[in-house]
Design a binder for this molecule. Sequence first.
Ligand SMILES: [Cu+2]
Length: 285
Amino acid sequence: MGRALAVFIWVMTLATVWMFVDGRWWFPESITAHGPAYDRQFLISIIVVGLTFAAAQIGLGVMLWRYGSSRRGGNERAVYSHGSNRLEVVWTIVTAVIFVSLGLMGQRVWAQLHFNNAPAGSAQIRVTAQQFQWNFHYPGADNKFGRTDPAKIADASANFIGLDEDSPGAKDDVVVPTLAVQVDRPVELVLSARDVTHSIWVPELRFKQDLVPGLNISVHFTPVKTGKFELACAELCGQLHYKMKSYLLVLPENEYREMAALPPAQFKTRMTELLKKYPLGSVPH
Ligand SMILES: [Cu+2]
């Protein structure tokens, strides 16, 4: 029995390692400037953890093979041991060094995105999540956001973010359920939530960020590929959470500028057209 179990463990280990090495199940392509650094860091982590995992499982199999009970041999007597302080110290230190180093390396990439301010000249888009939809607020042709006031929120008249129509800069503001950005230009998203915690996730962007009621959380990224990508809420936010999906459109400069300059009604029509125009995925160059 011991040997059969040993073989089973080895086969399982091999199958698990193969799943990752094969590359068939992997992330979708990255479309941001910081994406490759994220992916490199992930790869380093998965290799380190994968080697440790394989070594531990193979070792477990070896122990079973040698010392597992079996009528057909294979039951060498194991040596009884009280443990070894030196070994304990060594593997604790080695593990700590590996994990802390991986943490520090990952932190650098992460901090670039979360601790630094968005680069000058970033396009700003405000994002207000609510049960169960996304509201993306664009400043319009004047590039100025109108004032928003929670008291003015009126879902019945589609004022989901409480935009004060009479405030300066509000007239040309657009609020739509789709996120559209310009390729090769940094974007800053200012995230907030109306009711409960939501989380914005586009796997191709290589980040996921919570939207928390009462907070304005700023994130930034630079898309480097055009196309249409799925955008989902990644925080279980209520019964219809599954419906909280949308799209990210990364548009070529001329297409984006042209749309951004349109008055609200035409902006919305154009957005619908562009959503239809692009198939899912990035546009090959
Ligand atoms: Cu949600």
